[in-house]
Design a protein around this ligand. Structure first.
Ligand code: EPZ
Length: 430
């Protein structure tokens, strides 16, 4: 199994290109199931999760071709990919595939809307929480789907071959369920109104894609989304937005190590709350025409309290990285996680680097230390793993991060991007 070896202590300086967003690319790829035309997606990141979803879509009959590389012609960076679901050959998403990546459960929406039926394995729990799918099921039923759960599978079918528009009020904000109901309602008969919908930028990116495919959608990015169903959708060409979590992660790395880095292609409007918090910690954040410039000079890191919540609040996907930063703040901070019940697995690992953190329910109280010291660490999810990487960059001495496959799910060319800014970081194979 690969490991990442880091020798900490260098300030970061240089430019980091920000990749296309994993969490936008995945639902856009799934939207290709809605049409028999070609959906061309630009700026698709080269990540293990994207490759896995290509395999899952392939199982349903989706063909893909890569046409051209990222503008800078760098091998392995974000690409333009054509997806064609001309012939759906299978409406079953098997357990072996869905259990590897939760987002693949989302195929249930487009398959049901286009084919009138779908059999999709329940995804099961995951390291960061139980993550049920009740809202997906309730919402699809409100659109007229007949559902049955049997042997770990959701068997879904429409009554007369087509879903029917309706009003659905999400009892809780869910990104995935908003994606799925928006896709499903695009091909339903009549009007659907989704209330208390997620407002994340990835929802807006999916709505832009669906509109480019011929859907009639208003209000994406607000909590009320109205969708007038159409009979069929066509192909389109859509660009994946820059990854706001990758952006925030590198910004926090600079805030932690000190230095001066240009995050090329980043969009400040996608993570304004997190950037405001970073400014409070003492980082200098400057939006430019190219992206976001992040600087921190010798001054210490100020402690700041944060609470995660749906967009536009502070994202849960940056909570672990922010905790990494706070471990070296001058004083105490409180970090409260409200989205997932088990997203503090980095706490014990950060402690191995010398951090002082105590947990009280869903709140971590972080007592900043003057320095961290390198150690071997491992984590059980993507964002927790990267928090250990950025802590390792700031720690004294050597840190080895095990289970690198978590990082490969969501960070394109992590070692290359960081070593390009002066970090001592390498992948050790085997
Ligand atoms: C998306 O997950 C992201 N994944 C997550 O990113 C992100 O952490 C999360 O949204 C919150 O922002 C992708 O976009 C692929 P939710 P999703 O449905 O859609 C509960 C990463 O590291 N819930 O908004 O699965 C759920 O358990 C990942 O890139 C129900 O109770 O998240 C959670 O507590 C991890 N019933 C809350 O809602 C449901 O039917 C929000 O989850 C659905 C969700």
């Amino acid at each position: 199994m690969d490991r990442i070896r880091i020798v900490g202590g260098n300030a970061l300086a240089g430019t980091i290109p920000i990749s296309g967003a994993k969490n936008a690319a995945l639902p856009l790829m799934i939207a290709s199931l809605l049409t028999d035309d070609t959906l061309t997606l630009e700026n698709v990141p080269h990540l293990a999760d994207v490759e896995q979803l290509i395999r899952i879509l392939g199982n349903h009959g989706v063909d893909y071709s890569v046409n051209g590389r990222r503008e800078k012609q760098q091998e392995g960076y974000s690409r333009t990919i054509n997806f064609s679901a001309r012939n759906i050959v299978d409406t079953t998403a098997p357990y072996e595939l869905v259990s590897k990546m939760r987002a693949s459960f989302w195929v249930i929406g487009p398959l049901l809307a286009r084919m009138g039926e779908a059999k999709v394995s329940l995804p099961g729990g995951c390291a960061i929480g139980t993550r049920p799918v009740d809202l997906f099921l309730e919402g699809l039923q409100v659109l007229g789907a007949e559902l049955d759960v049997d042997n770990g599978y959701v068997m879904a079918k429409t009554k007369n071959g087509r879903l029917v528009g309706n009003r659905y009020v999400f009892p809780k904000v869910s990104v995935g369920a908003t994606h799925v109901l928006m896709m499903a309602a695009s091909l339903a008969k009549g009007e659907t109104v989704l209330e208390n919908a997620a407002c994340e930028p990835e929802i807006v990116n999916l709505a832009e894609c669906l509109v480019a495919m011929g859907a009639k959608i208003h209000g994406a990015g607000t909590s009320t989304i109205t969708i007038h169903g159409v009979e069929a959708l066509s192909g389109a060409r859509v660009r994946v937005i820059p990854d706001r979590i990758e952006t925030g992660t590198y910004a926090m790395a600079v805030a932690m190590t000190g230095g001066d880095v240009m995050l090329d292609g980043a969009r400040p409007d996608l993570l304004q709350t997190a950037l405001d918090v970073l400014v409070e910690t003492g980082a200098e954040i400057t939006p430019t025409n190219e992206g976001i410039r992040v600087k921190r000079n010798g001054a210490g890191i100020a402690p700041v309290d944060v609470t995660t919540a749906p967009f536009p609040a502070f994202p849960t996907d940056l909570q672990a990285q922010f905790m990494g930063l706070m471990t070296m703040a001058k004083g105490k901070s409180r970090i409260t996680e409200t989205i997932f019940e088990n997203r503090f697995m980095h706490v014990q690992e950060l402690a191995r680097l010398g951090a002082h953190i105590t947990l009280s329910g869903q709140t971590a109280i972080v007592d900043g230390v003057a320095k961290l010291k390198g150690a071997p660490v491992m984590a059980t999810d993507l964002r927790a793993s990267v928090s250990l990487v950025i802590a390792g960059l700031a720690a004294e001495g050597e840190t080895t991060v095990n289970r690198v496959y978590h990082l490969d799910r969501g960070f394109e060319r992590l070692e290359e991007k960081l070593s390009g800014c002066g970090a001592v970081i390498e992948r050790i194979s085997g």
